[in-house]
Ligand binder design. Structure first.
Ligand code: GRF
Length: 214
């Protein structure tokens, strides 16, 4: 059965585009049934037909709680199997997280638990990390703290600045997210009691990025 994906995005939407391209190429058995944004001007919205776009701001909704409730209602109304935060830059309320627990995924540009939050590339450089990367994890109420499903690593190279490092990480983000979404779409991925399961087997160490073509 084709998986129904709701995508939450605040910005550029290159991860969303990777999802759309994989669906078109027939390498991901899924359908994007809505793109939801807290920024009406987000480029991500332009990547799908108008009928699939939802955008509000906390201001137009009358506050943060009202915004999250409206977002939750809109997401629920689209009847998604999975909700994917792909560059969604707003912290989700505990109520929202609870409502979609077990099927809410996020891609974060660091090797979690290192560098939760913002400016991960700059922070990896400042920390002198030899390696950096991206993680896909289940979302819990703790920011970037949910159980990690899979990770992709890249080297930090001499002369890197934050932009160069971000570009190297982004190149592995797209295949990493697709790898996890293929598992999700095939019904092979689950979370229970803070633990990831793949094919009903507990995952104690995040899966590495597979080298199979995206
Ligand atoms: C990505 O680096 C993602 O990991 C982070 O925000 C960025 C979004 O990029 N959360 P895009 O909007 O998918 O191009």
């Amino acid at each position: 059965m084709t998986a129904r994906l709701a995508i939450l995005a605040s910005g550029r939407g290159s991860n969303l585009q990777a999802i759309l391209d994989a669906i078109t190429a027939g390498t991901l058995d899924a359908q994007v049934i809505g793109v939801f944004s807290d920024r009406p001007e987000a480029q991500a919205l332009q990547r799908v037909p108008e009928a699939l776009r939802w955008a509000r701001t906390p201001k137009t909704c009358g506050g943060r709680d009202a915004f999250d409730a409206a977002l939750g209602d809109a997401v629920a109304a689209s009847a998604p199997d999975w909700i994917v935060c792909a560059g969604y830059m707003r912290i989700l309320s505990p109520g929202f997280v609870q409502r979609f627990a077990g099927r809410l995924l996020n891609i974060h540009p660091s090797l979690l638990p290192r560098h939760k939050g913002l400016h991960t590339h700059q922070r990896a450089l400042e920390a002198g990390d030899a390696e950096h990367g991206a993680s896909v994890h289940f979302v819990t109420a703790e920011l970037d703290g949910g159980p990690v499903i899979a990770q992709a690593r890249v080297p930090v190279l001499p002369g890197d600045d934050a932009d160069a490092l971000a570009a190297r990480v982004l190149a592995v983000e797209h295949p990493l997210l697709l790898q996890v979404l293929r598992l999700a779409a095939a019904g092979r991925l689950a979370e229970r009691d803070g633990r990831v399961y793949i094919d009903a087997q507990p995952v104690f160490t995040p899966r590495p990025l597979e080298s199979a073509p995206a």
